[in-house]
Ligand binder design. Structure first.
Ligand code: NHF
Length: 502
């Protein structure tokens, strides 16, 4: 078969070039989702497949996903169809892999099972060795699968450390294999600091050689993410600003020198959100629907929340929220210090999230200190999250780093104004209201003082309700759909492949 499959040629029908893309990753919403990676896995492939050939010079993308058959998935996907079984070689006994198939949004999803996958009761685990084994096995099994089913791919697109070794395995173990000749190797970086710790022994067990040469420091020569970045033709960070930040000591996890050698191959493409799923005019999980042209019902959503959480219902007091993982990365500690500094201002605050036990405890302490103003809901709750986006006035995102961030885009779509640190995708998606007719409030330094200053500005701005509504309107009119970003990815797939025929 050829990448440029010809239509039965009539003069009028131009040949359709089909580019075959293997999308290899650990999370795909709604099958498996822990964080933002799952949202991307659930939306980007479908958006790529929807791009009309006219926008791609007549080409069409044939996208299929490859995912571990995570234990929690097995209950949901009892009817997944067996496809093929094979062995993955190791220094000891080869490990058996069994592959199943299901369909999601019209796209085939291959699910890889085997002892290293079924050993872990969840998508991820706390034991680095078990994690290394699961994802090394998965990454290499993905390559064996592609070969076994004679799927002549043009592009292998891996994501984060969990699938980075499929790129490195292709470059090393399968170097001379015609099945992978001319395959474009793409690696998306959703979260650089997760390099795939303590994997070296497992990598050796699966016959993967350490990187040679001096480009990678010794400590990184047997780590999945650096190895993937070493051989990738393109490294795509999930926002343009994050693509620049990872070249600096603050954000590079010790890899700045190595990454600078690869800087010509690094790009940033902003994530999108699924604007159908996140739509305040049709969201079945919020009590009062609204839109940018009819904002009035929004305040009823705020009232419902205050009632639900036993907070007093007073006009003119803004409701603040934080939604997400309680983590130092997310700047939760900065927020816990900033709020008491602003006690002289009127505000109410509902936080939703779970994570670091010390931070959870500190949230409880804040609630005890401000019983009439603060509610700490220490769990994940996707439905409450929607009600908060739809009813709170301001979303706090003081992240120390944020590769892209999705919550700020969802919040803006729901008229909830972001107050965020100017980093990564937050910087790329929010314009500061104080500098121009913007869409939120940004601060630069990761300090509680800088955060308090941005919050003070927002609280001040809120007093002028006409200006505030104009700000909400601007936010709700932003286009965060996947279409634009998907096209950027597709162009990379196509241009980097030139006219390569397979
Ligand atoms: O949006 C999906 C997500 C990002 O900033 C987010 C993160 C993990 O930290 O790309 O990945």
């Amino acid at each position: 078969m050829s990448a440029l499959s010809q239509n039965p040629s009539t003069e009028e029908t131009p040949p359709t070039r089909i580019l075959k893309v293997a999308f290899v990753l650990s999370e795909v919403d709604p099958l498996a989702k822990v964080g933002g990676l799952g949202d991307v896995g659930g939306a980007l492939p479908a958006a790529l497949a929807r791009i009309p050939p006219e926008q791609l010079g007549g080409a069409r993308l044939d996208i299929r996903l490859i995912l571990p058959f995570h234990v929690p998935l097995k209950e949901k996907l009892k009817t997944a169809k067996p496809v093929v079984s094979f062995q993955v070689p190791t220094t000891g006994r080869p490990v058996k892999a069994h592959v199943f198939e299901t369909i999601l949004d019209g796209l085939p999803v291959y699910l890889i099972d085997g002892a290293p996958v079924s050993k872990l009761p969840d998508i991820y685990g706390n034991d680095p060795l078990q994690m290394a084994e699961k994802f090394t096995f998965f990454s290499l099994a993905a390559l064996h699968l592609i070969k076994k089913i004679n799927w002549e791919i043009n592009v292998l697109h891996a994501h984060d450390w969990h699938s980075a070794l499929s790129l490195y395995g292709m470059e090393t173990l399968f170097q001379k294999d015609p099945a992978f000749r001319n395959v474009l190797k793409i690696l998306s970086i959703h979260n650089l600091p997760f390099l795939g710790e303590k994997s070296s022994q497992i990598l050796q067990q699966y016959l993967l050689p350490p990187a040679d040469g001096e480009i990678l420091s010794e400590w990184a020569r047997l780590l999945p993410l650096p190895l993937g970045m070493l051989v990738a033709d393109r490294i795509i960070a999930v926002s343009p600003t994050y693509a620049q930040e990872i070249l600096t000591p603050e954000f590079s996890s010790g890899l700045e020198e190595f990454l600078r050698t690869r800087s010509n191959h690094i790009t940033g493409i902003l994530n999108g959100i699924d604007i159908e799923r996140w739509n305040p005019a049709s969201d079945a999980l919020i009590p009062h629907l609204f839109s940018s042209d009819n904002l009035a019902p929004r305040s009823q959503n705020r009232q419902s929340l205050l009632e639900e959480f036993g907070l007093s219902r007073q006009v003119g007091i803004p409701l603040l929220t934080f939604i997400g993982r309680l983590d130092y990365q997310k700047g939760m500690d900065l927020l816990l210090k900033a709020l008491p500094r602003l006690a002289q201002h009127p505000w109410q605050f509902i936080l939703l999230g779970a994570g670091n036990p010390d931070l959870e405890q500190a949230c409880r302490v804040l609630e005890e200190r401000f019983p009439s103003r603060v509610r700490a809901v220490l769990r994940y709750d996707a439905q409450l999250a929607r009600r908060l986006y739809a009813g709170a006035d301001m979303l706090l995102m003081p992240s120390r780093y944020e590769p892209c961030g999705l919550a700020q885009m969802i919040a803006m779509r729901y008229g909830c104004i972001p107050i965020a640190r100017a980093t990564g995708g937050l910087k790329d998606t929010i314009q500061d209201t104080r500098l121009s007719a913007g869409t939120g409030f940004l601060f630069k330094k990761a300090s509680s003082a800088a955060l308090s200053a941005a919050m003070t500005a927002a609280l001040q701005y809120f007093k002028d309700q006409t200006a505030w509504e104009a700000l909400q309107y601007r936010c709700m009119k932003q286009d965060f759909s996947w279409e634009k970003s998907a096209l950027e990815y597709a162009k990379i797939y196509l241009n980097d492949k030139g006219g390569t025929e397979r």
